[in-house]
Design a protein around this ligand. Structure first.
Ligand SMILES: [Zn+2]
Length: 243
């Protein structure tokens, strides 16, 4: 199957990785296909390792005056994580909140990581929603339909990784079947979570998303072309600088 990837969003997890993502995006863009775009931010599992100046350098990367800054189309990934618990939860919460402040001042959407903390995540999102509709995506979604629909109601998109293709994951496919079609995305969440039938492949890479898209199409009753068209349109609406 030909994957026909046209755009890749390279996601940062700390100050160093964010700078690398921007540098990569500034080198592979424009006329080249696939074009690379960058997201900058601090992941909850790395928030405790932050050094003085890290956050300021991430903020600087979002400005167009920075080399490659015009290729930054999102913030994150950031969020909350109770699974690894590497970082004190209060530090995670503060880190998450300032990404939303930056989202409001820059207009950039937030890529949201949420693991084993549905209640705390919904609380945090409801808090931010007081400022208005949220721009962002619940990335590599793995929770319930109820959580997904509340996120959608607050303005968010729902993105599915290769987990959508795993045999035992009927529950997740049921969620994907019931999300409004203009809020659906697919992603690698690389290097892990390669989709079936390439589950053993490492690293996971954008060309493999054709398999995740195929499963999404099956649960929605869409052809592969319709699935690609719709998820691409959704991605370009959310990550509007990618256009
Ligand atoms: Zn994540």
């Amino acid at each position: 199957m030909v994957a026909r990837v046209t755009r890749i969003l390279c996601v940062g997890v700390d100050a160093g990785a964010s700078a690398s993502a921007v540098s990569l995006a500034s080198r592979i863009g424009g006329e080249k296909m696939p074009a690379v775009w960058a997201s900058v931010g601090i992941h909850p599992n790395y928030a405790h390792q932050e050094r003085p100046g890290d956050w300021e350098s991430i903020v600087a990367l979002t400005t167009n005056s920075h080399v490659g800054g015009s290729r930054v189309c999102a913030l994150g990934e950031t969020g909350l994580d109770r699974y690894w618990d590497d970082c004190p939860f209060e530090v995670q919460k503060k880190n998450f909140t300032r990404h939303w402040e930056l989202s409001r001042s820059t207009g950039l959407p937030v890529i949201i990581h949420s693991r084993d903390c549905d209640a705390e995540m919904l609380d945090a999102l409801r808090n931010e929603y007081k400022h208005g509709e949220l721009r962002g995506v619940m990335h590599s979604f793995s929770s319930t339909l109820e959580v997904a629909l509340e996120c959608v109601a607050m303005g968010l998109y729902i993105s599915f990784s290769g987990m959508l293709t795993y045999k035992k994951n009927d529950v997740l496919r049921d969620v994907a079947a019931k999300i409004p079609e203009d809020r659906l995305l697919v992603e690698t969440d690389c290097p892990y979570l390669s989709p079936e039938p390439k589950r053993a492949t490492r690293p996971n890479e954008p060309s493999l998303m054709v398999h995740t898209g195929e499963v999404l199409g099956k649960v929605r009753g869409w052809t592969i072309a319709e699935t690609a068209e719709r998820t691409t349109a959704n991605a370009l609406r959310l990550f509007s600088k990618m256009r």
